[in-house]
Design a protein around this ligand. Structure first.
Ligand SMILES: [Zn+2]
Length: 418
């Protein structure tokens, strides 16, 4: 899961569903499955793979492993090179440049794609990113010498669950096709899923829904689970309640969030994203296999299977747009009136859009500017931006420093009275 966006999940509501028993409550507790999860997650999160950072040998090994598992399950290779879909990202060292400079670095990665082909016209995509942070050079919350970040929860757990679902669905008679995708480059900015939706190996209009699994390995005893995207189709709520087996839900309706489902939502595909929540090992070398709740992964897979069995009977899966969340949650007394760029990975907070007649607009701050200082507070990322914002009172005027191209500009911003 991506760090930049993690802190901005707002408008979450906690819900306990009191559904009646239905045929879609799955209670599979097979020991064979648990053993397979241990094998899959154990290998992906082993030191041998060195944290699976995109562009490294560990990432290639992980991709080969996921491909071999898909093959063993009997999925059809749907990459461009067997199960693999290669892509490369030409980085821009100057974020304001229109295009990368010729000597800017190029990073090569690969998605792993396999299909359960039921001869249907329509397809449901089930995805999980398999890349992680390598030695933690970028995106880590760990302070110290470089160390392997094994990413057992983030996201070997989701890949394990995806393979488990592939195995189960391959034994059922189903109406839709099911496309399983292991994404790479998620941690850097949803690179693999963006590449996939722009270069899908099946026509994109045939994909009716996407289910994303990212960090599902830490189910706690209270069975609390986060489900995002439940507002992206009017049918999701009903399907989840009929498949529910005693979870406590944190629902976040938005289709935009800190993981790969965002790329699908942005091309108008209904999405659902499951995760078991934040923890103190998140993006640290201590996110390791000893802390994985395998029975929990199985329980979540049961829930998702229950949802899928109902989806499989739908004539179509309607999409609806959701109100997209911004950093400006109600606990702030002031607002700049801007839309942050959640995918920006440089230092500071890059502005995607400026709202007319609001504080930033009146101070002549523009889209594309990167806020690096507010008052005396330095802005490193989204988190420090939000912290800074919470420190100011309405009616006050502060100096805001923005980077515009290579120039640093100071603007006086007055926060409006509410
Ligand atoms: Zn992550």
């Amino acid at each position: 899961m991506q760090r930049k966006y993690f802190y901005i999940i707002s408008l979450i509501s906690t819900v306990v569903l009191l559904g009646c028993k239905s045929q879609y409550v799955i209670k599979n507790v097979s020991e064979v499955e648990i053993a397979q999860l241990q094998t899959d997650i154990g290998y992906l999160a082993s030191d041998e793979l060195e944290g699976r950072e995109i562009g490294t040998k560990g990432e290639a090994l992980a991709a080969a492993y996921v491909a071999s598992r898909m093959k063993a399950i009997g999925l059809k290779a749907m990459g461009e090179d067997g199960f693999l879909q290669h892509f490369s990202i030409h980085l821009k060292s100057n974020p304001h440049a229109d295009a990368p400079a010729p000597d800017d670095p190029v990073i090569k990665g690969r998605n792993v794609i396999g299909m359960l082909d039921n001869g249907a016209e329509k397809t449901i995509c089930i995805g999980a990113h398999y890349d992680h942070l390598g030695y933690g050079k970028e995106g880590s919350l760990y302070i110290g010498e470089p160390k392997i970040h094994n990413g057992a929860d983030d996201n070997a757990s989701g890949v394990g669950a995806m393979l488990l679902l592939a195995e189960r669905l391959s034994k059922l008679a189903l109406n839709y096709n099911y496309l399983f995708v292991g994404f790479s480059g998620e941690e850097k900015g949803l690179w693999g899923s963006k590449h996939f939706v722009n270069n899908s190996t099946i026509p994109l209009p045939q994909i009716d829904a996407m289910i994303n699994l990212d960090m599902v390995g830490r189910l706690r005893p209270d069975h609390r689970i986060s489900v995002h995207g439940n507002g992206t189709s009017p049918i999701w709520g009903d399907l989840i309640s009929k498949a529910d087996d005693g979870f406590i839900y944190s629902f976040s309706p938005s289709g935009i969030g800190p993981s790969d489902h965002t790329s699908f939502y942005l091309v108008n595909i209904p999405v659902l994203f499951f995760f078991t929540g934040q923890h103190s090992d998140y993006h640290k070398p201590s996110d390791d296999v000893e802390l994985i709740n395998y029975q929990g992964i199985q329980k979540i897979s049961n829930l998702i299977q229950g949802v899928i069995l109902q989806l499989d009977k739908q004539p179509d899966i309607p999409f609806q747009k959701t109100k997209d969340e911004t950093a400006e949650t109600p606990e702030f007394k002031v607002t700049l009136g801007v839309m942050p760029d959640y995918m920006y990975t440089g230092k500071g907070m890059r502005i995607d859009a400026v709202r007319e007649e609001r504080a930033a607009h009146r101070a002549d701050i523009m889209a594309g500017d990167v806020v690096v200082k507010m008052g005396e507070l330095e802005i490193f990322d989204m988190m420090s931006y939000m912290k800074a914002l919470s420190a100011f009172e309405p009616g006050t005027t502060i100096k805001v420093t923005v980077k515009r191209g290579n120039e640093e500009i100071e603007k006086m911003v007055t926060f409006e009275e509410k």
